[in-house]
Design a binder for this molecule. Structure first.
Ligand code: SF4
Ligand code: SF4
Length: 242
């Protein structure tokens, strides 16, 4: 058990079999109905920018967001070779036993209205669903500087969004996914791979806790700007690896 944060193993992270690469120009014909179905059946991973936004939306510190609302999930990174399980942060699920991960509901879901209570600050993974991002280790992502591929997750039976729109993946994402989200995801994932690929550092729980605190708990950094604080966190980790 991690000393600082609560952790779980996750064998249900979308594996290569449950997701496929997708081209941004691909027709997906999808509209989110905001029914809350995927808020019960997924594990919403968060980026450092997601945590920053949630903290400001809820007017609490990034430290409190992490301790109250997030959990460490030790899981595989689909598509990345020579990596053991890595520690990712995800929204905490509540309501059922620990062994029934997928029958729990997100802590931010209103159980009566089935609406998201942090909708304007919901994480990137929530805004992208049923699409996602996969790190590209071959340097041939959707563009070289991005270093990631788009993926589509297998349809959820409880999701009513399929066939309801008339759009491409790019059009669907355009409204809610922005360059700063993608930049943060790429920088975060690049650092994750550089830190944990080819070694067993992820099994060192003190190191894993320090890694997550360095790049997610940004309120203690100098400055009020996310990018400056995130860069300080990344530099801290890079210094440990030197
Ligand atoms: S289950 Fe589908 S339609 Fe419902 S909130 Fe999730 S993505 Fe939207
Ligand atoms: S943050 Fe909102 S959209 Fe995301 S899983 Fe939780 S309730 Fe659903």
């Amino acid at each position: 058990m991690h000393k600082t944060y609560t952790s779980e193993q996750n064998d249900d992270c979308p594996s290569d079999e449950r997701q496929r690469l997708a081209d941004p120009s691909e027709r997906i014909d999808f509209v989110c109905r905001q029914c809350g179905g995927c808020c019960t059946n997924t594990t919403p991973y968060v980026t450092p920018l997601d945590v920053w936004r949630l903290a400001r939306f809820l007017d609490i510190s990034t430290s409190n967001i992490i301790r109250k609302h997030l959990i460490i999930i030790e899981t595989d990174l689909p598509g990345v070779a020579n990596m053991g399980r890595v520690p990712l942060l995800a929204l905490r699920m509540a309501g059922r036993g620990r062994s029934q991960l997928h029958s729990k509901q997100c802590v931010f879901l209103n159980r009566e209205t089935h609406r998201c209570t942090v909708y304007a600050a919901r994480p990137l993974s929530c805004r992208m669903f049923p699409a996602g991002l996969q790190h590209s280790t071959d340097g041939n992502g959707d563009s070289p500087e991005k270093n990631f591929h788009y993926v589509l997750v297998q349809p959820l039976p409880e999701c009513n969004g399929y066939g309801a729109g008339c759009n491409t993946l790019q059009q669907y994402l355009a409204g809610d996914v922005h360059d700063d989200d993608l930049d943060c995801w790429r920088q975060y994932t690049d650092l994750m791979v550089r830190t944990f690929q080819g070694n067993d550092l992820a099994s060192n729980e003190d190191f894993a806790d320090s890694f997550l605190a360095a790049i997610f708990d940004l309120d203690g950094r100098d400055g009020a700007d996310f990018n400056a604080c995130f860069e300080q966190g990344r530099n801290l980790v890079t210094g440990w690896l030197a």
